[in-house]
Design a protein around this ligand. Structure first.
Ligand SMILES: [Cu+2]
Length: 150
C-alpha cells in the first residue's frame, strides 16, 4: 500500500468517524506478552517475573532495566549450569533480535523482584516499566500468579 493510499484510507476513516487503524500509521515497536509476576512464597521477599518480548523492528533492541512501584528493586537474571548445578546471576541487558522475540521463562532468563512494598494478591495486576538501551521505556501490566505447587 503506497503512502497516498494510506493517507486516503486515514482520511476516509476520519470522515467516517472511525479510529485510524494504528498499524497503518505508527511505526512498529517492541511489544510484551504474557507478563507475569509470581506471588512470593510465604515468608519470602524475593520472587520471579516472566514475559515474552517481541521486536518487529529492523534493529536488535536491548532491555536494560525494569522498575516497579511494587518492589524495592528489580534485576534481570539468567540461569547457567555450573558443575551440574543450576545457578542464576544478574545480566546487564537482555537482547531481543531484530524481527525476533525472547522469552523470559522458568529455568532461563527472568526478572528477579526484591522486597515487595505492597501486599501482593494473586490475580491482581501491577505495573512494570521496561527500559531499553535506545532510551525508550514502556509501561506493561503484569498478572500476579501463585507459585507452582511442588
Ligand atoms: Cu533470579
Amino acid at each position: 500500500m503506497n503512502t497516498f493510499r494510506l493517507i486516503t484510507f486515514s482520511l476516509l476513516f476520519t470522515l467516517l468517524g472511525l479510529q485510524t487503524p494504528a498499524m497503518a500509521v505508527f511505526p512498529a515497536t517492541i511489544s510484551a506478552e504474557d507478563v507475569m509476576v509470581r506471588v512470593p512464597m510465604p515468608g519470602r521477599t524475593v520472587t520471579a517475573g516472566y514475559l515474552t518480548l517481541k521486536n518487529p523492528t529492523d534493529q536488535p533492541q536491548q532491555l536494560t532495566a525494569v522498575a516497579s512501584d511494587a518492589f524495592e528493586r528489580v534485576e534481570l537474571h539468567t540461569h547457567t549450569h555450573v558443575d551440574g548445578m543450576m545457578r542464576m546471576h544478574e545480566v546487564d541487558q537482555i537482547e531481543i533480535p531484530a524481527h525476533g522475540e525472547v522469552a523470559l521463562q522458568p529455568g532461563g532468563l527472568h526478572l528477579m523482584l526484591f522486597n515487595p512494598l505492597i501486599e501482593l494478591v494473586a490475580d491482581q495486576s501491577l505495573d512494570l516499566t521496561l527500559h531499553f538501551a535506545d532510551g525508550h521505556s514502556m509501561l506493561v501490566q503484569a498478572q500476579l500468579s501463585m507459585p507452582p505447587r511442588r
